[in-house]
Design a protein around this ligand. Sequence first.
Ligand SMILES: *Cc1c(COP(=O)(O)O)cnc(C)c1O
Length: 394
Amino acid sequence: MLPFLRPDLVNFAAYTPHPSGTEGSLDHPVQQLDRLDTNENPYDLPEALKQKLSWAYQQAIESNRYPDGSQAALKTAIAAYANESAAVDFVTPTYLSLGNGSDELIRSLLIATCVGGVGTVLVAQPTFSMYGILAETLGIPVVTVARLPNFEVDLAAAQVALAQPRAIPIRVVFMVHPNSPTGNALTAAEIDWLRSLPESILVAIDEAYFEFSQTTLLQELPQYPNWVILRTFSKAFRLAAHRVGYCIAHPEVITTLEKVRLPYNLPSTTQAAAQLVLSHRSELLSIVPMLLKEREQLFQALMALPLQIHPSTANFLFVQLQSTVATAWGLSPQLAHERLFEQLKATGTLVRHTGGGLRITVGSPEENQRTIHHLRRILLNETVETAETAETTH
Ligand SMILES: *Cc1c(COP(=O)(O)O)cnc(C)c1O
């Protein structure tokens, strides 16, 4: 081990990024996987918008110049969208900080609150893994509490965790609304608990899936100066490749986040892309009802399989194998899910094995049909060999 590296990082398991859809080289093309592991919108931007973006790059962006470090035009457009999304009017650019993905904002929040041994983070597992991962890379301790069988936070356990005296106090609570990987939106009881948290704790409410769930706590932000709302352009808005997320918070929080961010964190092309999708938002978001219908159809179809499927208000489903399957396979639940994950991947469907189950993104109708087909073949006692033979013919 190189002596200048932090020992806690050397053995640390980081986030495994999304593998490329087409692995292999031009000489050795490998089968295309259905990428249903990172909850993106299955559709690329329409051709006409891509052309507009190319035009912006060719005509309006000077590649030798730094991007607009104030991000003023984009912030104004996001403020208008944020107000519209919750039927409010208080969001102005002073309430916004933009990040290179909301992942950057999560890190900025951690730097602004906890770094230097002054704060601990609380999360309820299973949840989005980046909170814990980013905290650990910054040397910030993470306290985890469990969820109930329906994936609501175990609020009694959370209260106990908060009340416990600790050397480094809890400074941030991260909640996803609706949660990933489990798909459940915050309940009235959970929201009441967030309202009850003292002002000494920052409450980060991650609404990455807002456009699917249409559930938001933005309208309550003026009453709770310790709350922040995180959103992203990576999911419904189809801009995962461009990396842009935003944080809505009280101007005092924003001032600090703005000090923490890198001056030119959003490339000019990214700012142009985000402005473009916002100005075409009704067209782009008109696909959402179709994806929600697909989610319901996927849900119904999977009910016929030996799976427990959890209700979701987002663009993904969380499924767990019934215990009879693991028993029949002679495997622990963990290994049974790993086997199902591997068999799905081998048949062409990439999902995410996390939180004690599989998280499956709702894809295009064709992708969802293949997901159902592959799961049937694996779970209804057909051998993988027949599955692979069938694969080559479709
Ligand atoms: C996808 C996702 C994000 C990350 O979004 P980026 O803007 O792409 O960094 C943040 N939070 C949750 C819960 C997500 O699912």
